[in-house]
Design a protein around this ligand. Structure first.
Ligand SMILES: NC(=O)c1ccc[n+]([C@@H]2O[C@H](COP(=O)([O-])OP(=O)(O)OC[C@H]3O[C@@H](n4cnc5c(N)ncnc54)[C@H](O)[C@@H]3O)[C@@H](O)[C@H]2O)c1
Ligand SMILES: O=P(O)(O)OC[C@H](O)CO
Length: 320
């Protein structure tokens, strides 16, 4: 089967390197010829410096590659997914479309697989998610991911295609649970970064992670996820990674805020828009999600970290 990777950023490039190294037929499709040329000339993506491309990996900006592919990995940020799919819907129809992004679309408050089903109705939507830094995948370090798609047979095809010796893909039919775990952990990771940057300590981080995980499960269940999915790689697994590593852009975004510094505005930090979406979903479904709400309030400048801490600590005491 032919694979095309849409979005030549850090994650798309890492997946393309790993799959090409495992002898899959892969083309990395960059957004512009200039971007493709930069990657080809340097034989590496500046967003993944130190990770050379294998010779077998094709790089281009030719969207005809989508038509020629059987499987397209969508490694564009979540808020860009709808436009990307709408712009290329005819080339993408009939294909396996595997979202590799972690977020909730602000227009419809739905996850990537719903956006795919809406924009390209005759495709097979799937989501690839779980604890994984692009650098780890590109270097061939052992990584375990979840591949979720609503039909088991399609899941098996994609699981076999995308697994390599180092990249172990587990299968699930719970697309909602898998994509919500990956999206929501980013919000909590920003909160964890704020706590550490603000000098609140590791115990506070652990409290935020645990209470935040409870909010992730609460929202996911209301939206139709299976609770056990949140306990797996795409939920708990990715929460643990992202809240504890300075390789995470979401964690580092929070770290900068907590330290009173300006976060790097050029980085892809999915948790900011996801926090906005969560607040809208909490209102819609009448849910109390205090950790996610204060993260959104801090990111949008409505609360300082100190005010957020006071708000959280002055909530009424309750049963766990
Ligand atoms: N970087 C990681 O370690 C990592 C790991 C797992 C998942 N992810 C997820 O992958 C997604 C992408 O993250 P990233 O790290 O690759 O970000 P990135 O900022 O490195 O790259 C995003 C890429 O998308 C491209 N893009 C944006 N709009 C496009 C469009 N309309 N058409 C074609 N290309 C377009 C950009 O040009 C850019 O190259 C995010 O949802 C992120 O959560 C990232
Ligand atoms: O750099 P982040 O914060 O987008 O995290 C990357 C991955 O989602 C970790 O699994």
């Amino acid at each position: 089967m032919k694979i095309a990777v849409a979005g030549a950023g850090a994650f798309g490039t890492a997946l393309a390197i790993s799959l090409a190294d495992a002898d899959r037929d892969v083309t990395l499709v960059a957004r512009s010829q200039a971007a493709a040329d930069t990657i080809k000339i340097g034989q590496e993506n500046p967003k993944l410096s130190g990770c050379p491309l294998p010779n077998s990996l094709k790089v281009c900006s030719d969207i005809a590659r989508y038509e020629a592919a059987d499987v397209i990995l969508l490694a564009v940020p979540t808020q860009k997914l709808r436009t990307f799919l709408s712009d290329h819907s005819s080339a993408l129809s009939g294909k396996y479309l595997v979202a590799c992004c972690k977020g909730i679309g602000l227009k419809t408050l739905t996850g990537p697989t719903s956006i795919i089903a809406e924009c390209v109705p005759d495709s097979t939507p799937a989501i690839l998610t779980g604890p994984s830094f692009a650098f780890d995948i590109a270097r061939g370090l052992p990584t375990a991911l979840t591949l979720a798609t609503s039909k088991g047979q399609d899941g098996e095809v994609l699981q076999n295609l995308l697994s390599t010796r180092a990249l172990r893909v587990y299968r699930s039919e719970d697309t909602i649970g898998a994509e919500l775990g990956g999206a929501l952990k980013n919000v909590i990771a920003i909160g964890a970064g704020i706590a550490i940057g603000n000098g609140l300590g590791d115990s506070a981080r652990s409290a935020l992670m645990t209470r935040g995980f409870g909010e992730m499960r609460q929202l996911a269940e209301v939206l139709g996820a299976k609770p056990e999915t949140l306990n797996g790689l795409s939920g708990f697994g990715d929460l643990a990674l992202t809240c504890t590593s300075e390789l995470s852009r979401n964690f580092c975004h929070g770290l900068a805020i907590g330290r009173g510094q300006d976060p790097d505005a050029k980085k892809t930090v999915e948790g900011i828009s996801t926090a906005q979406a969560v607040v809208s979903l909490a209102t819609k479904h009448d849910l109390d999600l205090p950790v996610c709400s204060v993260v959104d309030a801090i990111c949008s400048g409505k609360l300082t970290p100190k005010e957020a801490l006071t708000a959280l600590l002055s909530r009424p005491l309750k049963e766990e």
